[in-house]
Design a protein around this ligand. Structure first.
Ligand SMILES: *[C@@H]1O[C@H](CO)[C@@H](O)[C@H](O)[C@H]1NC(C)=O
Ligand SMILES: CC(=O)N[C@H]1CO[C@H](CO)[C@@H](O)[C@@H]1O
Length: 215
């Protein structure tokens, strides 16, 4: 697919844009799919109601949409997305939507639950989603940097509430030697005005990761 070819060099890694390597702990080409090596498979359990109105596990799997990002240095797993919020659960229409639609960074009026496995030392491009994003460290240690340059280290179980601020993520797990995993829950937000100016979302170099995707 062209999106992968056009991605070379867009994500930064400690050794720069060298050729993909198969070395253990190499920063390049850590993964061909989800989960990244060294991280466990994620079980997704989706419930519904049976004919008696009782709950049952409708789906047990690993998520609908997996996409390798950057120079195979990260992989995203969309665990769920909804077209709206509050969500219409009638007739399991939301389950069908989540299965059919691979979302962009966020969904206007909707929600996205995205897990990302980061290769060792990997840094994302600076970007802004027009949404409120809850970011949860699942495995490892991450540095969150805002456009002001202010940054914080987040450890396993730490949570960021990103209120449409421009930011980037860097996996600093094991001093840049191990993979890490983040979970992001994105809820659309209303138009935001700061100091009299409308705030605009941007994907920066992430744009190519999401091009051609609707929702
Ligand atoms: C989002 O919701 C607003 C308000 O209900 C509506 O006007 C707009 O058309 C919706 N946009 C999309 C893309 O669904
Ligand atoms: C390349 C890289 O991300 N290096 C960082 C790895 O994490 C340690 C802290 O755990 C930082 O000090 C490095 O700069």
């Amino acid at each position: 697919m062209t999106w992968l070819g056009s991605l070379f060099g867009l994500w930064t890694s400690p050794v720069g844009n060298t050729k993909p390597s198969a070395e253990p702990n190499g920063v390049n080409s850590i993964t061909d799919g989800f989960p990244a090596p060294g991280l466990r498979e994620t079980q997704r359990l989706v419930t519904s109601h049976d004919t008696r109105g009782k709950g049952y596990f409708q789906t047990t799997d690993h998520g609908d949409h997996h996409r390798v990002m950057g120079e195979k240095q990260a992989v995203a797993n969309i665990l769920y997305s909804t077209r709206e919020n509050p969500v219409d659960l009638n007739g399991d229409q939301d389950i069908d939507f989540a299965k059919r639609n691979e979302p962009g960074l966020h969904i206007v009026n909707g929600t996205v639950v995205r897990m990302i496995d980061f290769g060792p030392g990997l840094e994302s491009p600076m970007h802004r989603a027009m949404s409120i994003d809850y970011g949860i460290v699942i495995e490892g240690e991450f540095e969150l940097t805002l456009d002001s340059g202010e940054s914080r280290i987040m450890k396993r179980g730490d949570v960021s509430v990103q209120r449409a601020t421009a930011h980037k993520w860097r996996n600093v797990t094991g001093g840049g030697t191990e993979p890490g995993r983040m979970l992001y829950i994105l809820l659309d937000c209303k138009e935001l005005v700061v100091n009299g100016q409308k705030v605009e979302g941007f994907l920066g170099d992430l744009e190519k990761e999401y091009e051609g995707r609707t929702a």
